[in-house]
Each structure stands twice: as C-alpha cells, then as structure tokens.
Design a protein around this ligand. Sequence first.
Ligand code: NAD
Length: 523
Amino acid sequence: MSTQTLSSTDRAEIISYDPSSGKELGRAKLMDALEVRAALTRARSAQPAWAALSYSERAKYILRAREIVLSQLEEISALVSRETGKPAPEAMSMEVVPTLDLMHYFANKSKTMLKARRIDIDQYGLMGRSSRIVYKPLGVIGIISPWNFPWATPLDEVVLALMAGNAAVVKPSELTPLTALKIGEVFKQANLPAGLLEIVTGDGSTGAALVESGVNKILFTGSVATGRRVAETAAALLTPVVLELGGKDPMIVLDDAKLENAARAAVWGAFCNSGQACASIERCYVHDSVAAQFIDLVVKETRALKQGQTTTDEIDVGAMTDERQLTIVESHINDAVSRGAQVLTGGHRPESAGGWFHEPTVMVNVDHSMQVMRDETFGPVLPIMTYKTDDEAVDLANDSIYGLTACVFTSNLKRGRELAKRIEAGTVMVNEVIYTHALAQTPWGGVKQSGYGRTHGRLGLLELVTPQHIHVNSVPSFPDVWWFRYTRDAADLFRGLAHRFTTGSVLSAIPLLPAMLRRLFKR
Ligand code: NAD
C-alpha cells in the first residue's frame, strides 16, 4: 500500500495515508485538466482587483492568516506529522515556525523591497532623461510542490506570490494533499477573496495540466527528472520557471572544528525529517586527523536517537513518507555495502515498527563510485569519507551534479568563509546545517542540476514580478540628435559620440556640445 493514485476505476480521488501506520487519513479530488483550467480562470478574474490593492491592504490578509495559523499551531503540526511521518515537534519547528516568521516578514517588507527604483543613466541624465524601474505582478503563479515539507514549501511561495500582487494555483504532492487543503482553508478563514488561492489536488497529470494551462510563471519544487519535464513543457509555451530540485549536500569537517557540535550537526542534518530534506547532509567529509573521534561521536549520537510512531513529543525520527523512497534508501545501502562500505549503525528497516521506517544509518569506507555518494538518497543515511587537504575536501564536495547547499565546520571563521566561496552551491553555511530555508530574508535555490531561480528573500520576491522600465524625457520640445535627418555633420557628430560620449567621461564629451547644439536647433 502506498499513498498513491487509485486504480483507473476510481481515478477521481487520491488517498492520503499515515506512513507510520499505513492507515488512511483522508481523500482528495484527483483534478483533471478541465478542473485545473477552471481554477486558473477563477484565479485570473480575481487577480486584477487584488493587484490594485496597496501592500498594506494585502498584508492584512496575510497577517490575518498568520493569526489563524498561530491559533491552530498544534492541529496543523499534528496534521503535517500524520501525513508525512515526521515528529509533530519537528513539523512545528521546521515548517510552521518558519512560515509564521516569513508571513510577518513579507507582509511588512514587500512594499520596501518592491519600491520603484531610479536608475542612474549617466550622461543621458544630463540630457534631461530619467529612468525608473517599477515592479508589476505577473498574474497567476503556478506552484507545484513535493511532499517533504508540504506546509512550508507551498505556503511560503503563496505568501510571496500574493504580496507581489499575484494569484496562485497550488498543485501539492499526491502524498500530502490534506496539508495543502489546510493551507487553502486557513486563507479562506482569513477571508482572502475567492479565486486568489486555488488548490488543485491530484497527481503528476494534474501537475502537467497546470504547466500546460498558461499560468504566468511556475515555481516547481521536486525531483530533477520531473523538473526537466516541467521545464521542457514550459519552454514550448515560453512560461518562465523557477526550479528547486534535488541535492546531494556535502558537509566538510575541518581539522579545527568543534567536533562534538559538528557531530550533533551532522546527525541532525542527516536524520531530521528522516533525511528527506533537499538540503539534508547526504555526504560528510572529515579531516583524516580528527576522523576517528568525529565518527565515534556521530555513532554515539545516532544510537541515542529515538525512532518510532510520532505519538509522543519525544520521538526524534519518524517514518519515511513514501515506501518508494524507502526502497531507494535500501538500494543505495546495498550498493555501497556490495562495494566495500561498512555500516557502523542502522542499515535496515527496524523490526516490528510497522509503517515505512528506516533506521538512521552511518556508513564509512565509502567512495564516489557508490550511489550513496553520487545520487540523491533522500533518506536517513550518513556516509562519511576522510580527506587530507582543504583542496581535496573542496574537490570532493564539488564532485556532484548537484549544488543546493553545503556546509563547512571550523573554528576559524575566515578559513570557513574562504572555503565556502570555493564550493559550488546556492548556499554554503559555516558551522550550520540545512536551516537557511527557514530564513525568510535569504535567497533559496541551487546551481547545477539543483535548479535555477530563487525563492525567499528579495531575490525570491523579484521572481514574482516583472520589472517595467519607465523612461522619461523631460525636454519634450527637442528632437534627439540621432533622429532623422542624417547629414555629413550628423555623421561627424556620431563619430564624436563613439570616441568621446561613450567613454562615460563628461569632460571628454564636452567638446561635442557645439555640434550637438547645432543639430538640436538647426535641423
Ligand atoms: P516529484 O518530482 O516526484 O514531484 C514533485 C511534484 O511534481 C508533485 O506535486 C508531483 O505530483 C508533480 N508532478 C509529477 N509529474 C509531473 C509532471 N509531469 N508535470 C508537473 N508536475 C508533476 O518530487 P517528490 O518526490 O514529490 O519530491 C522529492 C524531490 O523534491 C527530491 O528530489 C527533493 O530533493 C526535491 N526537493 C527540492 C527542494 C528544493 O528547494 N530544492 C525542496 C524540497 C524537495
């Protein structure tokens, strides 16, 4: 059994299951292309009136929704926990708390971030011209999201889209539709005008229909394979896309790192959300000289974790969300072991747990020929390799098709910052793991096959608007010197422009003034 589409006779519904017990949690509609297009039509007709509101009027709805989330904190965390298998306290700390912060941040700051900006146009400014950028909403944003952070990922993007003056149509993962429907319910309770936020539940076919529907931009979060398909379809329609894809995020532990804390960071970074974060620590490189001590600390910390059904607040690691992912984890471990890797702790599904659990697993004797060091495992597995020099550590970290986040642990912050710059990733943290997705203020996104474009921060907000350049000539009575008619004098002036005006130096351009004035007044 898995949280999947029903057989063809029942294709109108998807079922959401509790991955830690296998029990059905509820059902949602499997929407087809017609229903997706109807949602888009509702969003399109609601958007212009929304765009006409001021930022502070839009913010009122977001802040009202925020109050509703806060008043239902326990209920929402429990729902996310039941639908994903992650512990409820973790759903609260990793999903709900960051979204509360983000809602407040963008409600209050979007106006400043999207304020019209004057552009310095250099010598053209001296000729009475001025240029400004104003930011206009795009229209309707299509948001396609995965199951691993089913609350935070779509909700964050909805808040940014709305604050920028857009409407949003959200296609959540087929594994976590109930959490998405809850997002819709919260905004309904906040009296958001109808049509501005549409939730279209369904599977990949619903997602594909949304991509083909003609939304103005797509924010896609998910796997590389699906992201590629989405980008191909969007390219044919010239629909712009932001792609937040997979990761194989490396952690580098330098010889001067505070080892106890680095070990704790590695264990949380690899095993929170059962390793199903796009920014999970999927590879760890530790300096040879401290490797034995570090590995010992990691293993002790891992063995101390409590795993089980998330019925109490004291469970550290819950079930994995999807059985298919669990089998990928098993195949990566088997591949590594068959090539000589050693499992120090974990390595299996726990006996008698029921549900889709996998033990937190620490491995050594790994190398880059193994899937566990190359492909996204997306599960509770921490393979650790040693290295001898900083250059080697950087080469190993960069030896990947992915580049989402990375982290460096060191007591020397300057050394950490320098090393960070050499790593190919959208975010590199020094003495931190994973958590910057929770920072509303900072951009989130990857390089290489981890995707392109950004969500969060001002860069994320700018993805949701179109910059319009407004250029004004404040001396409307005179023709430009480059307009018709062309004469020998004009050609001489153009030569002068090429040699003098384009240097950017006013002094150099001054000798052109008489010829320019002649052309202005005597044409
Ligand atoms: P997925 O690619 O299978 O699905 C993602 C979404 O796309 C789902 O809603 C799915 O229904 C939809 N979809 C499937 N086929 C589609 C199609 N043809 N057209 C349009 N939509 C379609 O990914 P997943 O298994 O749900 O999520 C796990 C992946 O997401 C991992 O690779 C993980 O690294 C990545 N992820 C990335 C980030 C990030 O910020 N970079 C964050 C979270 C997860």
